[in-house]
Design a protein around this ligand. Structure first.
Ligand SMILES: Nc1nc2c(ncn2[C@@H]2O[C@H](COP(=O)(O)OP(=O)(O)OP(=O)(O)O)[C@@H](O)[C@H]2O)c(=O)[nH]1
Ligand SMILES: [Mg+2]
Length: 165
């Protein structure tokens, strides 16, 4: 199976904009209303992560992918993932801190939040506007286990890429 990634996170976290950046699509993102499949990416509406009523949809869709990207908006004070959320999804986790280009981005706060969601895995600081971190996300989603992802992070000297755990 070709590797596939599902993007989850709050409403307006930047999932669709990141989808476009990863695929090089030069279009503007509109509000996501339903599960959306683009090449190797499954984009989800923020409501799926914000409302526990939709967790079953997230779990079912996770069966179709190899990686789950947990997006946290660097400018947001709120975390909408329940503690340990990634532990309930048996797919390779990647933490993504979005909107790192904005002056109000608080990377440390977002790192602390993602640390409650994932116990082990890479975290990438990205900007879909400047392209920061996009290359790392593409490489990480090609890797098929945590060990390989850890090795990628450790062998890539980039302060915007860390490995938890
Ligand atoms: N500055 C900046 N703005 C961003 C970035 N990513 C997304 N945005 C903006 O954030 C807003 C929400 O982005 P979307 O990609 O639509 O968010 P989403 O997570 O898909 O939202 P839903 O579909 O409602 O769940 C838009 O106005 C984007 O332009 C980024 O990296 N930097
Ligand atoms: Mg969207």
């Amino acid at each position: 199976m070709r590797n596939k990634a599902m993007l989850i996170g709050a409403v307006r976290a930047g999932k669709s904009t990141l989808t476009n950046a990863l695929l090089g699509r030069k279009v503007e993102a509109f509000k996501t209303q339903t599960l959306s499949y683009y090449d190797w990416i499954v984009d989800t509406p923020g409501e799926y992560t914000e409302n526990p009523m939709f967790y079953k949809n997230i779990m079912a869709t996770a069966l179709e992918v190899t990686h789950v990207l947990y997006l946290q908006d660097a400018t947001s004070e709120k975390i909408i993932f329940p503690p340990g959320f990634s532990m309930g999804i048996p797919k390779l986790p990647i933490g993504v801190i979005t909107k790192c280009d904005l002056p109000e981005a608080d990377i440390d706060r977002s790192l602390g939040m993602l640390n409650t969601v994932m116990s082990e895995g890479p975290i990438v600081m990205v900007s879909s506007v400047t392209g920061m971190g996009i290359r790392h996300l593409k490489e990480l989603t090609k890797l098929n286990d945590l060990q390989a992802m850890r090795h990628y992070v450790e062998s890539t000297a980039d302060e915007h890429l860390i490995f938890l755990g």
